[in-house]
Structure formats: structure tokens, C-alpha cells
Design a protein around this ligand. Sequence first.
Ligand SMILES: C[S@@+](CC[C@H](N)C(=O)[O-])C[C@H]1O[C@@H](n2cnc3c(N)ncnc32)[C@H](O)[C@@H]1O
Length: 393
Amino acid sequence: MGQQAIGQDHRLGGPAVLKQHPQARQLLPGWDGRRPARGYGVGRPTLFRDRHPGRLDDRVALIRGATHAVTPSVTVNTSQPHDYAVSQVHEAIAEATQKLADVGIDSARVDAELLAEFALGVPRNRLPIAADPPPERLDLLRRLVAARATRVPVQYLTGLAPFRYLELAVGPGAFIPRPETELLVDWGLARLAGIEEPIVVDLASGSGAIALAVATECHGATVYAVERSTSALDWLRRNAAGTGARIVAADVTDPALLTELDGRVDLVLCNPPYVPDANPVAPEVSGYEPREAIFGGPDGLTVIGPVIARSAGLLRPGGYLGIEHDDSQGEAVPALLRADGRYEEIEDHRDLAGRPRFATARRLADCSGPASGAAPAVPRSSGPGPHREDLSQ
Ligand SMILES: C[S@@+](CC[C@H](N)C(=O)[O-])C[C@H]1O[C@@H](n2cnc3c(N)ncnc32)[C@H](O)[C@@H]1O
């Protein structure tokens, strides 16, 4: 869970493809929230030759004397800005990029392209050859850009967040999945290799990124997705439809959570709220994402401690736990795992930017309870834990 908005390329496939985005009405008054249909017609931009038909020599003659070099052999008179390979789409994206850069958004170009992809209904990689769009599409793009300029996250505007092979529906009330969490899933899936029908628990599921990635990428897995927030649960239910993932509405710090699975779980994955309360976060995060998804108490470890304790109860001997954490917690989280006394093979892992990002451990084969001073042993029970709400399938 980093602090920056994300979203590079939209990946296809997966069950969680948004058809409609009602929350967008709150963010963009006057828009009915319907996702524009794909493709008003992908064509090519208006090229110089469209405006100046004729032989190549004649067209070259038209731009002779220009002042701005475009290629080593062709120049353009910048006093005639539409003369060379400029389309309305190109202009709209350039204008959007400038507007977003002007308010200090680092990912201005990417965001402009993602919003253009959404508003114009043209895949991002085809924007450079898109035909001039209908005016209402350009108007929608301008309004989306204006909203983005106030720091509404791109994913709340498009209603989509790519995660591995999924496109998850997200909006107000849901944490936006981050690309670094894909590494935690990679690690977890590798631990499941060779296990025929693994049981996997995703603690603090949010919109379901981890749970649904495992459910769709690991054939035969039974996946439990545990989340407490009612608004996040709405997004989770929507994304999980048809995946077979079992949704559990519960508090991951509850010592009685899912005790009926005790000693049987092959893998627990968790991306909890972990930012220390006093840490500054990006305006997109502080202004829009739910606070309970981001902040993890004074040291950021308020949820992580109980998750380590509960996971030791859930895991079978030799089962694995992976927990994402703040880049300041690369020593603290492994230390908590060691202090618990029920784990071995404790390691910390870095993200693609080289920052400490998640800690992993393996449940010891022979131990009966936590080390002294660690969290209390989890009581076993045959029934479901409190607040459990199994909505599966
Ligand atoms: C950082 S988000 C991660 C969401 C998702 N796993 C992901 O990677 O996109 C943390 C999630 O934990 C939930 N959460 C926070 N405290 C919780 C608790 N005590 N019990 C259950 N869920 C909790 C928040 O509502 C939020 O959805």
C-alpha cells in the first residue's frame, strides 16, 4: 500500500469488469455515471496530408521556412499549430496533461491518457491513432480532468483499478489496490505450488485485490476474504461475484476470527492499514481514501500485531504468512514475527523501488502457543467467529 495513486495499463480478463459507476455521480455532478461505450471509432488523427492534399513535394513546400524541427528532415511552422499530425485527441491529452501538471500531479501524462481512454472509449495504446471524437466525449474528458485536478484519484473517476489480471471496481469507500501488493501475491502464489486444494485467507481485503487474484490464479483454492468496513464490503461483494471467494464480514484483530479454520490454512496474506498516524500522505489519499484503510495507529502496527497472532492460529504447521508493511517497518514487522515464537524462515522483502515492503514467515511445525510477552494464544472454537457473514460464490 503505497501513498500514490496508481494505474499504468488496464489489463483485460478477470471477472471484475465495471459496467457502471454510480459513485461517479457524487464526484462529477451532471454525469449519469455510465461508463462510455468503447470506441466511437478508432481511426487516425487528422494528418497534415488531410488538410493539404496533393503531392508530397507540394506539401513539403507548404512547410518550407518553418522554424520548429519535428524530424531531422521535416519542419513545421509553429505559427500554424494544426499543420502537422495533430488530432483533437492529441490536443485534448496535451491540454489535460498541462492542466494536471500545473497543479503538481507527477503522473500528469499517464493520468491524462487513462482519463482519455475512459472518456473516449479508446484503448490507451490506440489513442495516438484515434479519430476526432464526438464533442460530448471531449466534454466528459474535460470534466474528468477538472475533477482529477482537485486530486480525486483517477481510479475513483474511472471506477477501475487494475490488479494483476483483474480490473477491480473501486470508488469512494474502497482502498485503491497498489501495484506493489502484486509482489506479495506473487510470493504467496509461489508458496501454493504443488498444493492441490489450498486454503487461503486474505485479511483486510478491501475491494478484494489479493483474495480475488489468488482465487482466479490458483485453481482449486478456497479463498476467504475478511473485511470490516461496510463500504469496502460493498465493493468486495461486487468484485467477488462469480469467483467463489468466501466473504467474511469481520474484524481481523478479533482473536476468535475464523477459528473453525485453525491449523488448516496454507497461506495467510494481509495488506493491512499500516501508515503511522502522524505520517503525511498524498492529497489523493488524505482527501479521498478511507482513513481506516490507511492508518495503523501511532506506530502503524496496531492491526499487524493481532494479525500475526491470529495467523499463527489459522496456519497449519508449515503454512505461510505474508504481510505488507510501511517502508519504515522493515525491521519492526520481522521483529514482531520473531517475538511471537510460532514462526520460522522470517524474511523481509523489498518492492521494485527497493523499499522494504512485506514480511513473510512460515508457521513452525511444533509449537503450542506464542512466546511469552507476545499476543495471547487464540482460543479454538468449532463455530464461526463473531460477525461472520459468509456470502460465498
Ligand atoms: C490497505 S487496505 C488493503 C485492501 C486490499 N487488501 C488491497 O490490497 O487492496 C486495508 C483494508 O483493511 C480494512 N481494515 C482496517 N482495519 C480492519 C480490521 N480491524 N478488520 C478488518 N478490516 C480492516 C480497511 O477497511 C481496508 O479495506
